[in-house]
Unconditional design. Structure first.
Length: 428
C-alpha cells in the first residue's frame, strides 16, 4: 500500500474516532503515531512521542498563547465587562434594539482584550442577557446577538486563532494581527446592520431604551477607555515595531492586571484567573501536541503533495479550489471545535491554496472567518451552548434561530473579502 493511501486510511480512522467522541487532540496524536509507524517504523514513531511534546511546549513561538488568555481572564475577573456594557448602552440610549447594539459592540470591544470567542460570549452574556430579557427583548434576539457577538473574539486581534494559523504556516504573527483589524471591525459593523434590519422588519423583538443625553453618552465612553487603550498599545506597538507579538502579549497581560488591581481584583480572583488560564492553555497545548505528531505523519504520507497533484490534474480555476476549501471548512465547522479544525486542516489545505496563487495572509483571514461560522452553526455551535449554560430555560432552537441573521452577515463579509482582498491586506 502506497504512503498516500495509508495516509487517507488513517485520516478516515481519525474522523471515525472524532465521531465516536474521542478528544480531537488524542485522535490526532494516535493517528499520527500509528500512521508514522505504519509508513516508517515503530521505533521512530516512539521517538516522536518521546521528543515531540517537549519540542512543542518549549517552542518560544507558542508563548503568547497563555499570555493572551491571561489578559482576557483578568479582564473578566475584574468585571470590566459590566462597565463596558453599561457604557455602550448609554451610546445607543433611546434606540429600538439599542441594548442589542450595545451587546454586540461590547463583545467586539471585549474581544480586543480577550482573544477568545468562548470567553467573550460567556462574560458578556452574564452581564447583558438578564438586562435584555428584563427589558422585553425576544429570547432569540437576545441570545443570538450574544452568541454571534462572541465570535468577534476569534478575529479582532489579539486572536489565538490568527496566532495559531501564523505559526502553522510560518507567517508573521504581527502581519496576521494587523490584517485582522479591518475584517474584525467590518464584522462588528455588519452585525450592527443585521440588528438594525431585523428590528426594522420585526419591531416586536426589541424595545426602545431610555433616552440619554450627550453628556451621559460622553461619560459612558469611560467604560470603553481601558479596552481601547490596551488594544491600541498592543496593535500600535506591533505595527510600529516597538515589540514583538510575544512581548506584546506579556505587556498586555501586565497592563490588564494593573487595570484589574485598580478596580479591586482580590487575591482569590487572581488565583482563579491563574487556574483558569492554566486549564485553557493546557487544553490548547494538548491539541497543538496532537497536531504536531499528526504533522509528522502528514509529511511522510505526502498527502498534501498528492492533493496538489490531483487538483492540478483537474485544471480547476483558483477560485474553484478556494470555494471547495471554504465549503469543507463550513461543513467541518458544524461538527468540530474551531481551534481543533485549524490545527487539523491547515497543514493539509495550505499547499493547495499556495499552489493556486492566493496570498497566505489573506487566506488566513478568510479561513478564520469561515471557521468562525462553525461557532454559531448547528449541531455543535460552541458559542450557542455557552449561551445555553447562562440561559438554560431558553430552547436551543431559539438560540440558533437568533444567530441566523448574523450567519448571513458573516457570509456577506466573506464575499466582500474574497471580492476585495485589500480589506485584509490594505494595512500591511
Amino acid at each position: 500500500m502506497s504512503a498516500p493511501l495509508i495516509g487517507f486510511v488513517c485520516i478516515a480512522g481519525m474522523l471515525a474516532l472524532i465521531a465516536l467522541r474521542c478528544p480531537v487532540a488524542l485522535a490526532m496524536a494516535l493517528t499520527g503515531f500509528v500512521g508514522f509507524a505504519w509508513i516508517v517504523a515503530f521505533a521512530p514513531a516512539v521517538a516522536i512521542l518521546d521528543t515531540g511534546p517537549f519540542e512543542t511546549l518549549s517552542n518560544y513561538s507558542f508563548s503568547p498563547i497563555p499570555m493572551f488568555i491571561l489578559m482576557g481572564v483578568f479582564a473578566s475577573k475584574a468585571r470590566m465587562s459590566a462597565e463596558l456594557f453599561a457604557g455602550a448602552r448609554t451610546l445607543f440610549g433611546g434606540w429600538r434594539g439599542g441594548m442589542a447594539l450595545a451587546a454586540v459592540t461590547s463583545c467586539g470591544v471585549f474581544s480586543a482584550i480577550s482573544g477568545s470567542s468562548l470567553a467573550t460570549a460567556a462574560s458578556m452574556a452574564r452581564v447583558a442577557l438578564p438586562e435584555m430579557r428584563d427589558n422585553g427583548y425576544a429570547p432569540s434576539l437576545a441570545t443570538g446577538t450574544l452568541a454571534a457577538g462572541g465570535t468577534l473574539g476569534i478575529m479582532i486581534p489579539p486572536s489565538i486563532a490568527l496566532l495559531l494559523y501564523a505559526l502553522i504556516t510560518e507567517q508573521s504573527v504581527g502581519q496576521m494581527f494587523i490584517a485582522g483589524v479591518v475584517p474584525g471591525l467590518l464584522g462588528l459593523v455588519l452585525y450592527c446592520v443585521a440588528i438594525a434590519v431585523l428590528v426594522a422588519i420585526k419591531p416586536e423583538v426589541a424595545q426602545p431604551g431610555a433616552k440619554t443625553t450627550l453628556w451621559q453618552k460622553f461619560v459612558g465612553l469611560r467604560g470603553l477607555v481601558p479596552f481601547g487603550a490596551v488594544f491600541a498599545f498592543i496593535i500600535g506597538g506591533i505595527y510600529a515595531g516597538l515589540f514583538t507579538p510575544t512581548e506584546a502579549a506579556a505587556v498586555g497581560a501586565v497592563g490588564t492586571l494593573l487595570i484589574a488591581l485598580v478596580r479591586g481584583m482580590t487575591f482569590v480572583q487572581f488565583r482563579e484567573a491563574i487556574e483558569e488560564t492554566l486549564f485553557m492553555s493546557a487544553m490548547i497545548f494538548f491539541m497543538i501536541i496532537g497536531a504536531e505528531i499528526f504533522g509528522y505523519f502528514l509529511s511522510v504520507s505526502r498527502i498534501s503533495f498528492s492533493l496538489v497533484e490531483i487538483v492540478g490534474s483537474l485544471d480547476l480555476p483558483p477560485y474553484a479550489v478556494l470555494l471547495t476549501v471554504l465549503i469543507l471548512y463550513v461543513l467541518l465547522g458544524c461538527v468540530m471545535d474551531s481551534i481543533a479544525m485549524l490545527l487539523l486542516t491547515v497543514p493539509v489545505v495550505y499547499p493547495l491554496i499556495e499552489s493556486a496563487g492566493f496570498d497566505p495572509v489573506w487566506f488566513g483571514i478568510v479561513t478564520v472567518i469561515t471557521v468562525e461560522l462553525g461557532l454559531i452553526t448547528p449541531p455543535v455551535g460552541m458559542n450557542v451552548f455557552v449561551i445555553k449554560t447562562v440561559a438554560p430555560d431558553i430552547p436551543i432552537k431559539e438560540i440558533f434561530k437568533g444567530v441566523f441573521p448574523f450567519v448571513l452577515s458573516d457570509l456577506v463579509r466573506l464575499a466582500l473579502l474574497v471580492a476585495f482582498p485589500w480589506l485584509a491586506l490594505g494595512l500591511l
